[in-house]
Design a protein around this ligand. Structure first.
Ligand SMILES: NC(=O)c1ccc[n+]([C@@H]2O[C@H](COP(=O)([O-])OP(=O)(O)OC[C@H]3O[C@@H](n4cnc5c(N)ncnc54)[C@H](OP(=O)(O)O)[C@@H]3O)[C@@H](O)[C@H]2O)c1
Length: 333
């Protein structure tokens, strides 16, 4: 396959520290340019990572005719505007989660998504541990899945961090609640019908610092989650089935090249003595994600998640915000 030529919008930490090093290691990708609002910042990042071109504005990178695909890790409020600009310039876009602040905003990507590929960057779907967990559920190893439980938290109350700025799409639900929603959609292979949320907002920041929710997927299938930006670091996905239980131990931030573990308990001993631990091969989930996207850009087969999938996510987040305001169950619109 001919390499896909990529550019990246901004010197975002997630790019510099995690995504770009993995893309640079791929034989399917040529990472040719990085842009920043500040040219010196772009140049420093380009030099650090060995990226040939640096631009002092996002617009200049989008005007580069050699760039075929763009990775967009901007703050959440800029996901749709810059994805639209990139698409208008004929670039395919892998856009960080959450793709938009609302389903209405996400829907403005529709026309563009007909001309170029636009995907919400949920790298976890490309990690072998997520695929294996789904395979175990499909194979009936825990019986019928009844409940998915997700906890995801970290402590960060720095007002300068994008996660703590309500006006630009900060808060726990947008930042990490989206992974909890995705976990339920992935493991049940269904969409929720209605939701109820309990939201605690930081009085100074205005962001949701803790959000818990129940999602009804119908046919007795329930997702319960708690996400928090001001609790100790923790993450876990657990699936309870009629005959057993499985647990993804580091479901979201699997370390680069780390061998991950899934715990499967088909015995049900309350002291956990029946738990079997399966170790998955080491993987680079950001590289797998960018490679899958590159293959689709070249018309090669592979897993892909389009705008309909991103809209399904955004509709659930919308319903949870409605539930915060109404204090009631809200149907997914
Ligand atoms: N998939 C994952 O594992 C993962 C992990 C972390 C974050 N994310 C997502 O990636 C995105 C970036 O997160 P991050 O933690 O890497 O953020 P970050 O370090 O704060 O980077 C955001 C970048 O956006 C640019 N920017 C443009 N307008 C800005 C503004 N008004 N305020 C702040 N920055 C602005 C800045 O780059 P320049 O100054 O260079 O222009 C900044 O470095 C978010 O959407 C987040 O949800 C995904």
């Amino acid at each position: 396959m001919r390499k896909v030529v990529w550019g990246v919008l901004s010197t975002a930490r997630i790019g510099i520290e995690k995504v770009l090093p993995e893309m640079l290691a791929s034989p399917l990708i040529e990472l040719r340019a990085i842009a920043s609002r500040s040219l010196p910042a772009a140049e420093a990042a380009a030099q650090q990572l060995g990226i040939p071109r640096a631009y002092g504005s996002y617009e200049e990178l989008l005007a580069d005719p050699e760039i075929e695909a763009v990775y967009n890790p901007l703050p959440n409020h800029l996901h749709v505007p810059l994805t639209l600009q990139a698409a208008a310039a004929g670039k395919h876009v892998l856009c960080e989660k959450p793709i938009a602040l609302s389903a209405e905003e996400a829907a403005t990507l529709r026309a563009a998504a007909g001309r170029v590929r636009i995907e919400e960057a949920f790298m976890v779907r490309h990690h072998p541990q997520w695929q294996r967990a789904r395979e175990l559920v499909r194979a009936g190893r825990i019986g019928t899945p009844r409940a998915v439980q997700v906890a995801f938290s970290y402590f960060n109350d720095d007002p300068a961090n994008i996660r703590n700025q309500a006006a630009i799409g900060g808060g726990a639900l947008y930042d990490i609640g989206c992974y909890a929603i995705l976990s339920g959609r992935w493991l049940f292979e269904a969409e929720p019908r209605r939701v109820v949320a309990l939201v605690d907002r930081d009085p100074a920041l205005g962001t949701d610092r803790s959000t818990s929710a129940l999602l009804d997927f119908g046919a007795g299938r329930q997702l319960a989650f708690t996400v928090s930006t001001q609790s100790c670091p923790y993450q876990r996905v657990q699936v309870l089935g009629t005959r057993g239980r499985l647990e993804i131990r580091i479901p979201f931030n699997a370390p680069r090249g780390g061998a991950m573990q899934i715990a499967l308990d088909e015995g049900g001993a309350l002291d956990g003595s029946g738990v079997q631990v399966e170790t998955l091969p080491a993987a680079e989930q950001y590289r797998l994600e960018a490679e899958a996207f590159s293959r689709l850009v070249r018309g090669e087969p592979g897993p892909g998640y389009g705008l309909d999938d991103a809209l399904a996510q955004a509709r659930v987040i919308d319903a949870l915000w409605r539930s915060e305001r109404s204090g009631r169950w809200e149907d997914i619109a």
